[in-house]
Ligand binder design. Structure first.
Ligand SMILES: CC(=O)/C=C/C=C(C)/C=C/C1=C(C)CCCC1(C)C
Ligand SMILES: CC(/C=C/C=O)=C\C=C\C=O
Ligand SMILES: [Fe+2]
Length: 556
């Protein structure tokens, strides 16, 4: 077969002492076989895997308490080993036009030795690649070599501030150092665990919300290439986790925590220099709203100002507060601002009902019969202005599903931002949330419809009872209906839509997701974008931790 993109490498991670008993286990798929090992003497449990196809040395996997018959979903369990790569056995048919790699990033390692992290967003980044070619599928995964990850491995302790975790201060003097490091940003993490984007110039960058956590990787080998350094002098410590990336530009928002507002910036392909388009001054106080993502239309950048606001004091605290680095300020209200991409001018700024969202889905302009823009429509996965979703994403909650229906309700929140100068915008459900089980997050659309009127969105929905979105859903905004995919006890990751080259219909393509199943195992799943029926699946050698966001790297 044609040589596929991933390099043949594996890492040996040695257990604390030699294994004493061997038990052959699992693995279909031809390219690998494995032995599980358990040593009573040193209380080590793990797996030995040999990649037969590549004749690599055996890899001894990370010892993990959870690797036992009572193991729970792999989704909330740290990755078993640093890296793996190999071909998977495909059940069903992968369309021959699907050529390229789906890269997915996410927090996949939530412990340093015996110390366990608290929150889903704390984990060290695990990058997974699914490489499709000629109807075949290779999977690879690898840890991103951020400074934070390398330092944790070397010193066997947390060295940088993660989403909810902060390194312990030994004494007063080191605390002073910590404060200095905090203000300079030196102690903030560069653990790029949130997403991965392919820039128009071909570079692939993993991202988180700290600017220093922008890390370039090689999409073929998953190697960490180094920091993606911005060459401008804009400074700042944080940005939106989800830039808008197209063939012509990279747009992002830089929150200004000192003088509450957002810089809207643009970076051209082939450069590392962000240039300012304009600035939005916040209308609420005391700080800008958290801006995990934002949408654009053809001509405008939409800047949401959520009442869940960054909190400088919480940033300084070592112990997590109920809302982590944020605070809920209902009295300071919620707003949506619209900036013209070409001029940087604010063309609308409206107060909207209180809202909580991580992810905007898409936005577009509505026009009258003379072609004048009358309003902007912006859709998001909206959590009914309820911040408890942040707490539900604590690992302890995710790992302890007892059959109770504890996932807070979510909907497709549709903002209407009028252009007639009126001071208020609307926020309503775009369809009955029961269509998708009142779960709604981790969305994607056909990328060719970015910023334009669109009909379909793909997301994680819910089949109740659940404690986390446990279904995949295809929303049809025209029919105001959804099609759902569900497999009892499973946790599916972001359904990522890849359009068929040359397609006319918006939903002509496939949806890729990775499933963590009730047996602790996992598989790649391919659904038809139109029927939302399964067309193929391929089992992983072991279940993978939950991943957040991905991108498509086409192969020419
Ligand atoms: C994984 C995900 O979706 C979000 C991750 C967010 C992170 C890692 C945020 C980190 C932050 C700090 C470490 C300090 C500054 C504030 C903030 C950007 C929230
Ligand atoms: C996984 C998630 C929310 C699920 C709730 O329904 C949010 C992830 C945010 C970061 O990318
Ligand atoms: Fe996200």
């Amino acid at each position: 077969m044609a040589s596929l993109a991933f390099s043949a490498t594996n890492t040996n991670i040695l257990p604390p002492c030699a294994a004493v008993s061997y038990r052959p286990v699992l693995f279909r798929g031809g390219s690998i076989f494995g032995n599980s090992i358990f040593s009573k003497k040193c209380n080590f449990r793990g797996l030995i895997v040999t990649n037969v196809a590549k004749e690599l040395p055996p890899t001894i996997l990370l010892p993990e308490k959870e690797i036992s018959s009572d193991r729970k979903l792999a989704a909330w369990t740290s990755i078993r080993q640093e890296r793996w790569e190999g071909e998977l056995v495909v059940e069903g048919e992968i369309p021959l036009w699907l050529k390229g790699t789906y890269l997915r990033n996410g927090p996949g390692m939530w412990n340093i030795g015996d110390y366990n992290f608290r929150h889903l967003f704390d984990g060290y980044a695990t990058l997974v690649g699914l490489h499709f070619e000629n109807g075949r599928l290779k999977m690879a995964h690898r840890q991103i070599e951020s400074d934070a990850y390398k330092a944790a491995k070397k010193n066997n302790k947390l060295c940088y501030r993660e989403f909810s975790e902060a390194p312990k201060t030994d004494n007063f003097l080191s605390y002073i150092g910590d404060l200095a490091n905090l203000f300079s940003g030196a102690s903030l993490t560069d653990n790029a665990n949130t997403g991965v984007v392919k820039l128009a110039d071909g570079r692939v960058v993993c991202l988180t919300e700290t600017i220093k956590g922008s890390i370039e990787i090689d999409p073929d080998t998953l190697d960490t290439l180094g920091k993606f350094e911005y060459s401008d002098t804009l400074g700042g410590l944080i940005h939106s986790a989800h830039p808008i990336v197209t063939n012509t530009e990279f747009l992002t928002l830089l929150p200004d925590l000192v003088n509450p507002g957002y810089m809207v910036v643009r970076m051209e392909p082939g450069t590392n220099e962000r240039k300012v388009i304009g600035r939005v001054n916040c209308r609420g106080r005391p700080a800008p709203g958290w801006v995990h993502s934002f949408p654009v239309t053809e001509h405008y950048v939409i800047v949401p100002e959520m009442p869940l606001r960054y909190c400088a004091q919480n940033l300084l605290k070592a112990e997590p507060t109920p809302l982590y680095k944020f605070e809920w300020h209902p009295n300071s209200k919620g707003f949506v601002h619209v900036m013209c991409k070409a001029s940087g001018k604010i063309v609308a700024s409206v107060e909207v009902p209180l809202f909580v969202t991580f992810h905007f889905i898409n936005a577009y302009e509505e026009r009258d019969e003379d072609g004048r823009v009358t309003a902007v429509i912006a859709d998001c996965c909206e959590h009914h202005a309820d911040t408890t979703i942040l707490d539900k994403l604590r690992l302890q909650n995710l790992r302890s599903f007892s059959g109770q229906d504890v996932l807070p309700n979510a909907r497709v929140g549709r903002f209407t931002i009028p252009f007639d100068g009126s001071p208020y915008g609307k926020l309503e459900a775009a369809l009955d949330p029961n269509e998708h089980g009142r779960g709604m997050d981790m969305c994607s659309i056909n990328p060719n419809y970015l910023g334009n009127k669109y009909r379909y969105a793909y997301a994680c929905g819910a089949q109740r009872p659940c404690n986390f979105p446990n279904a995949l859903t295809k929303v049809d905004f025209e029919e105001k209906a959804a099609k759902n995919w569900f497999d009892e006890g499973s946790v599916p990751s972001e359904p990522f839509f890849v359009p068929r080259p040359g397609a006319i219909e918006e939903d002509d393509g496939v949806v890729i997701s990775m499933i963590s199943d009730k047996n602790g195992e996992g598989y790649a799943l391919l659904l038809d974008g139109s029927t939302f029926q399964e067309i193929a699946r391929a089992k992983f050698p072991y279940g993978l931790p939950y991943g957040l966001h991905g991108c498509w790297v086409p192969k020419n």
